[in-house]
Design a protein around this ligand. Structure first.
Ligand code: SAH
Length: 392
């Protein structure tokens, strides 16, 4: 197979040699093509001296190549199968593929699984694929076939949910079942039940990445009055009530999210819950105090340009959150913005703490769970961080 060749400028190969999976457009000296090159094409990357470096998908943007192999190979079905199988074996080793307590997990996490631009989440027999790269989407029929082979009877459907992530790059795609069809969308996480709307919900349908932190809240929730802001489908609320919280209030600005929350509270036979379709800051302005407050906002900063505003946003939110925690209570505070790293996040929360005038200790440093690993060569894959604060 003859792939087009992307030749780098002299001395631009060092990041590739360190296994970083992105080639920025500025590093490219020339592209050698037979006919033409299109977004999503497979290309081989070479140094200025003609040394083979890597194989990846081409895209005419700032990240020009997303690398999925550092050894020269012909890319066909078996190549992808071996990659997805490897991701599966890791989840198996991590105790996720055969657990009766939890049947929802991330099977493929992009660069961390050497499949840049590809997310596959497993929801109790339905795999939801979300492509962030045009190149990955070209192989989606193969991925569905591979998932069938790996899971056998344990998989009943594969849903392609790439419209949201690819719409600006590719207009001719639709969200659709690649095999199987809509089933009862119920999953179990740490023995709690959740309804997941992967067809219409946010991201792939459920915030799998907060599993461990929802579980952590259980340890503190008994007999406590809790506020869960940015609740989406009510994960933190369900966990808190199942652990004996005396009262939980859930807040989200989306009415659809509040419907999902109410449904999940009911599904688990829980009570002592109220939900509020409202902006979090507005809710906090008029609310009473709580033993525990959870702040889990969406990413405030999606690019470097919005970093400054994001910092201000996180600070305002944390000041408002700290204010509503009763004496000797806890704040669970998170940021899923990749460009706000842990030291910066801690700095923001510290300045909010200073402004609040209260005495505060960090009890837990939190990060994304084991099925969202970070390739040590691609630190950009680390995005979720959180702190549990004890507030005197
Ligand atoms: N904690 C959730 C995930 C949160 S996702 C879980 O465990 O599942 C972020 C949520 O914030 C989304 O549901 C979104 O609708 C909501 N949101 C975004 N902006 C908001 C705002 N200003 N006020 C309240 N909710 C908001």
């Amino acid at each position: 197979m003859n792939y087009s060749k992307v030749v780098l400028h002299s001395k631009k190969e060092s990041s590739v040699l360190r296994k970083h999976p992105w080639i920025f457009s500025g590093a490219i000296k020339k592209i050698e093509v037979d006919n033409e090159i299109n977004d999503g094409d497979i290309v081989e990357v070479y140094s200025d001296k003609g040394q083979y470096l890597a194989t990846g998908h081409f895209y005419s943007g700032s990240i020009a190549v997303r690398i999925f192999s550092f050894t020269q190979s012909v890319i066909h079905y078996d190549f992808w199968k071996q990659k997805i199988q490897k991701a599966y074996e890791l989840r198996k080793l991590l105790g996720l593929t055969h657990s009766s307590a939890t049947n929802v997990y991330r099977l493929v996490y992009a660069e961390a699984d050497e499949l840049p631009g590809l997310i596959i989440d497993f929801y109790n027999g339905t795999a939801v694929i979300q492509c962030h790269a045009v190149g990955m989407h070209r192989h989606i029929a193969e991925f569905a076939e591979i998932l069938k082979e790996i899971y056998g009877e344990r998989i009943t459907a594969v849903f392609d949910k790439s419209v949201e992530t690819l719409h600006s790059k590719q207009s001719n795609i639709t969200n659709a079942y690649l095999f199987g069809n809509k089933s009862e969308n119920y999953v179990t996480e740490n023995n709690l039940k959740f309804y997941v709307d992967w067809e219409n919900g946010q991201k792939t349908g459920f915030f799998i990445d907060q599993r461990d932190h929802r579980n952590l809240l259980r340890q503190y929730a008994c007999e406590k009055k809790i506020l869960n802001t940015f609740c989406y489908s009510g994960g933190f609320s369900v966990y808190a009530l199942s652990a004996g919280a005396s009262e939980v209030h859930s807040v989200d600005s989306s009415a659809t999210a509040i419907e999902l929350t109410n449904r999940n509270i009911e599904l688990n036979g829980l009570s002592n819950h109220t939900s509020h379709t409202e902006d979090t800051l507005r809710f906090l302005k008029n609310s009473g105090e709580y033993d525990i407050v959870v702040l889990d906002p969406p990413a405030f900063a999606k690019s470097i340009k919005s970093k400054h505003n994001a910092i201000q946003g996180y600070k305002r939110l944390n000041i408002a959150g700290i204010e509503k925690v009763k004496s000797n209570g806890f704040l669970f505070t998170f940021s899923c913005s990749q460009i706000i790293d842990m030291p910066l996040f801690k700095g923001i929360v510290t300045s909010a703490a200073i402004e609040s005038g209260r005495n505060i200790k960090i009890i837990h440093h939190l990060h994304q769970p084991k099925d969202h690993p970070t390739s040590i060569f691609h630190p950009e894959g680390f995005y979720l961080k959180g702190l549990v604060l004890y507030i005197e």
